[in-house]
Ligand binder design. Structure first.
Ligand SMILES: N[C@@H](CCC(=O)N[C@@H](CSC=O)C(=O)NCC(=O)O)C(=O)O
Length: 291
């Protein structure tokens, strides 16, 4: 790790986990124009001299910070086993001057950045989560930590699953593998997505399609296989998530998709913790093939 006293990264915490280090940092973000926080797990293999390890970016869902995944998924066991660095950014800009929903709802504003570059007031100054996750953060990580930039993958949950699909599909040279738990696959056509895209991007139109996985796949062939896991007892499945639309499209276009529906599992981190190990296996297979 290269964080000197001159470093723009301020370390907030450190905990030993599975012989690796779970760290948390804050830094000034140029694209979000505020301080941003991220968590990063360095497996024990990162201490070996000359190590360059694969890296996975995890995007969390509505109401989360960078800490939900770190504290609830149990991913550190698998990251340590396979020698993978894992980065978890926050889900929105925060801090003084960063606007929140005046009505206090939890599906817009703080904790609900939807991984877009907002164009509308009052969001457009700070809510640039697309640029932050797809460009600024990977550059910072590559500068300060021993990552192999040819082996970067992206995954996430719910709103973060939407973010992983969109950012992965639009940036195939940066992210070589994509997976998601219970993603919002078609935000342009579900209540959460329509509300967020309307607030952040304005009226429905071309700009919405740039942030809709289904619309992106209608127009472009994915550069890698996608893996999606969905719980059958997820209370958001029918109204918000609609994985069947993406399954159908991939079948029609013969795109490679690994889709599993797990009966009985809900939308929570209990579901994620149950299957997170298989996502590490999937990403490593993809990343080691493409490197
Ligand atoms: N506001 C409700 C439900 C919020 C919720 O379920 N958030 C999910 C993501 S939903 C889609 O993006 C989540 O990951 N929550 C954090 C967690 O640790 O479970 C509530 O607050 O209950």
């Amino acid at each position: 790790m290269n964080t000197t006293t001159q470093s723009p990264l301020q370390q907030i915490s450190e905990s030993l986990s599975f012989a690796g280090r779970q760290l948390r940092f804050q830094h000034a973000s140029s694209c979000c124009q505020c301080d941003m926080t991220f968590s990063i797990y360095l497996p024990p293999q990162a201490e070996e001299s000359g190590a360059r390890l694969p890296v996975l970016y995890w995007l969390s869902g509505l109401t989360c910070t960078d800490e939900n995944f770190v504290q609830k998924s149990g991913f550190q066991r698998y990251a340590a086993q396979h020698g993978v660095i894992v980065v978890a950014p926050d889900t929105s800009p925060r801090g003084e001057g960063v606007p929140d929903d005046p009505d206090g709802s939890w599906d817009i504003g703080l904790g609900a950045g939807f991984y877009v570059n907002a164009t509308q007031e009052p969001w457009r100054t700070h809510y640039h989560m697309y640029d932050y996750v797809s460009a600024e953060l990977p550059e910072i990580i590559a500068e300060h930590f021993p990552v192999d930039t040819a082996r970067q993958g992206i995954f996430g949950h719910s709103m973060g699953g939407h973010g992983a699909l969109v950012i992965g599909l639009r940036n195939p040279d940066c992210f070589r593998s994509i997976s998601a738990f219970a993603p919002i696959v078609n935000p342009a056509n579900c209540p959460w997505g329509q509300k967020a895209l309307g607030y952040y991007l304005g009226e429905a139109g071309r700009a919405w399609n740039d942030y809709d996985a289904l619309a992106l796949l209608e127009e472009h062939q994915p550069q890698c296989m996608i893996k999606i896991d969905q719980g059958g007892a997820d209370s958001f499945l029918e109204a918000q998530l609609h994985p069947e639309r993406l399954v159908q499209l991939c079948q029609n276009k013969r795109y490679p998709l690994e889709y599993h529906l797990y009966p009985g599992y809900d939308h929570s981190y209990f579901f994620i913790a149950s299957f997170i190990g298989s996502h590490f296996q999937f990403h490593l297979e993809q990343l080691n093939q493409s490197a």
